[in-house]
Design a protein around this ligand. Structure first.
Ligand code: 6R9
Length: 647
């Protein structure tokens, strides 16, 4: 374990919103007098009817429910826009940095954003969208993406953003699952100098989505698209004839705000549902506290809006605080690996929030690309999405931040709505690679496989013992799956699916997933999802997918494939299968290695022994690593797998 400790810089201890004493006091209050603490915190939001109750949740089967602030009423878009108009109408809400460094950035003030959101909301209403309807959003990283989300929130529609890198097949599955009648898309997206045919993808998806009735198309690149009469409309045309005002719809705190599909251990991605009051409070509070955000600071989260990080920390958290959120259309290493730092200089970014995979890919291109830029504006650095290796952490700290910026390594999940375990920059000395300490109201434990709580220095399964306002409320259309997935492994706890350890100083270290989810470039991928895609191919009899270590991506995808009788393995078939998976799910699911296997190691009861497959993919093929193979139905299978390992 790394023993480096980076103390809280003096100016941070003195000036930050939360110092160590305040952190300790607030943690205590949040756990010992939780309802009073949360009703007090709820005053961060503008309520139409302030809540009188805080937590009414239970993780127990007999009265299972996640409920917060249930008698409160508010509108999320009004909290992100209207309430700022009196004091900061002309302040920039969104800075948009286009993919092409030569193109002009856009600066959108709160007044302008408010007007645009109202227009978009009116267009949605004109299309027949009503409170509670699901609206699928399949957009590139353009300001209209934030506008579309807030427009849904304004009229009480439930947005379901699908990452622009997902294939038409994946998009169709998500449209159908939530019975979405409308999709918001763009002609094309732009990323790293390439175009993404979003509208064409929607057209392909539409062939499998009878529920889909209308498509709103934002003109982003001006590329040619086919418009289908009676189904497709241009946003700019529809927006020209609607007013720039729209009253926000009053919503119960527990009315749904959005759905976001995420991967789990089973083949089918699940629609994680978040509601209005608790989610917004969690996003707003963690944003302000963890990033120590102060008015006027330019903040940049480089995630895509297609992931939860983009929801909570590009749109809802920053805007609920009246902040200035930079939105970047492109990728970190285009045109070259200094782009991120050039953008920092160009817009005088003070807080930057990146994924470790991006840092590793920039780090390997050399320090000169960083040191050629100023970065004097930077004050705080953040990471999210996967464990950060201490080497990348130190590079971020020493080279990017020149040793003067604390790093907040924020552990959380789509399901948690916002940060759960993270340092606070004014309160915690930092250890490279440690997510550090629970946020207010978060009560984590480490459990052994039998469910016994581990005390002190220990490693085990990370669970949370009580609800917090940002917790997901259900899996869309399958409340039982929600309960089964998260609350039955260890009854009485929310099971995160991650492993963690606590060191002798009480610091938390996330060790990675303990289920069949792998983390590729900070993106969650269910191994079962990739397996389902592979077995759809006519030549594939069976497939087993595991993670393998990858220098830049963190984890890569390693697939063992058994072919149908009579089909010969070949490099051409390997390429075909890689292409096949990209087409079924999207480029983020591209297998890094495919090993043709005459058989897979199975127990006599037919269960695939993934532990062995993981070890082989990791290249650890010693007898000690593979363990006892005598219980296998056909022990010889393992020898063949070891001999023909790819990579
Ligand atoms: C926000 C987000 C969640 C999974 C989570 C864990 C991993 C996220 C991390 C981290 C170590 C961190 N993860 N942040 N692991 N340190 N700071 O990424 O949500 O896409 O749902 O992924 O990502 O394994 O369980 P999501």
């Amino acid at each position: 374990m790394s023993q480096d400790v980076y103390p809280v810089p003096i100016e941070w201890a003195e000036k930050a919103r939360v110092d160590k004493a305040a952190y300790d006091a607030m943690v205590r209050a949040s756990l010992e007098d939780a309802d009073a603490f949360w009703l007090d915190q709820a005053r961060r939001l503008d309520w139409i009817t302030p809540p009188t109750k805080a937590n009414e949740s239970s993780f127990a089967e007999e009265d299972f429910a996640i409920r917060w602030f249930a008698d409160g009423e508010l509108n999320v878009s009004a909290n992100c826009l209207d309430r700022h108009l009196a004091t900061r109408a002309d302040q920039v809400a969104i800075i948009w940095e286009p993919d092409d460094p030569a193109a002009e950035p856009r600066r959108i003030t709160y007044a302008e954003l408010h007007a645009e959101v109202c227009r978009f909301a009116n267009v949605l209403t004109a299309q027949g969208v009503k409170k509670g309807d699901r609206v699928t959003v399949y957009l590139p990283m353009i300001p209209e993406a934030a506008v579309a989300l807030l427009a849904c929130a304004r009229i009480g529609a439930v947005h379901s953003v699908v990452f622009g890198g997902f294939s038409p097949e994946a998009l169709a599955g998500r449209i159908t699952d939530c019975d979405s009648r409308i999709v918001i898309t763009a002609d094309e997206g732009r990323r790293g100098g390439k175009t993404v045919p979003l509208k064409a993808n929607v057209d392909k998806a539409a062939a499998h989505t009878p529920c889909l009735k209308s498509v709103i198309v934002v003109k982003a690149t001006g590329g040619a698209v086919t418009m289908s009469e009676g189904r497709d409309i241009w946003y700019h045309e529809a927006a020209a004839s609607v007013p720039a005002t729209c009253d926000p719809t009053p919503m119960s705190a527990e009315d749904p705000l959005f759905l976001l599909y995420t991967s789990g251990s089973t083949g089918k991605p699940k629609g994680v549902l978040h509601t209005s009051g608790g989610y917004l409070l969690w996003a707003a509070m963690t944003f302000e506290t963890v990033f120590d955000y102060h008015q006027g600071q330019v903040y940049w989260c480089a995630a895509d809006i297609g992931w939860v990080t983009g929801h909570s920390y590009i749109v809802y958290g920053p805007l609920a605080n009246g902040g200035t959120s930079l939105m970047y259309e492109g990728v970190p290493n285009w045109p070259d690996a200094s782009r991120v730092w050039q953008v920092v200089d160009r817009h005088q970014v003070e807080i930057v929030y990146l994924a470790p995979t991006a840092l590793r890919s920039l780090m390997k291109e050399g320090d000169h690309l960083v040191t050629a830029t100023s970065r004097k504006s930077l004050k705080l650095l953040g990471t999210v999405g996967e464990p950060i290796n201490p080497e990348a952490w130190r590079w971020y700290h020493d080279v990017v931040g020149e040793g003067r910026c604390p790093i907040v390594d924020t552990w959380w999940q789509t399901e948690t709505g916002g940060h759960m375990i993270t340092p606070l920059p004014g309160a915690h000395a930092l250890k490279p690679g440690s997510a550090t300490a629970p946020f207010f109201g978060v009560e984590p434990y480490l459990l052994d496989p039998e469910g016994k709580r581990l005390e002190g220095k220990a490693e085990g399964n990370l669970v949370i013992a009580r609800s917090w306002p940002g917790q997901m409320r259900t899996v869309w259309g399958d409340h039982d799956r929600f309960f089964q997935t998260y609350f039955t492994t260890y009854p009485g706890y929310y099971t995160t699916g991650d492993g963690a350890r606590r060191d002798e100083d009480g610091y938390w270290w996330i060790t990675g997933r303990v289920d069949d989810v792998i983390n590729v470039s900070g993106h969650r991928m269910g191994t079962a999802e990739v397996e389902s895609a592979l077995v759809l191919h006519e030549d594939v009899a069976e497939a087993a997918v595991v993670g393998m270590p990858h220098d830049v991506k963190g984890q890569g995808i390693y697939a063992y494939v058994t072919l149908n009788a009579g089909v010969e393995p070949s490099d051409a078939l390997r390429k075909t299968l890689v292409q096949w998976v990209r087409q079924e799910i999207g480029p983020i699911a591209t297998p890094d290695a495919i090993q043709f296997a005459p058989g897979l190691p199975k127990t006599r009861s037919g269960k695939i022994m993934r532990r062995i497959l993981r070890k082989i993919a990791e290249g650890d093929t010693s007898a000690a690593a593979l363990g006892d193979t005598s219980t296998l139905a056909e022990p010889a299978v393992v020898e063949d797998l070891v001999a023909n390992r790819v990579g």
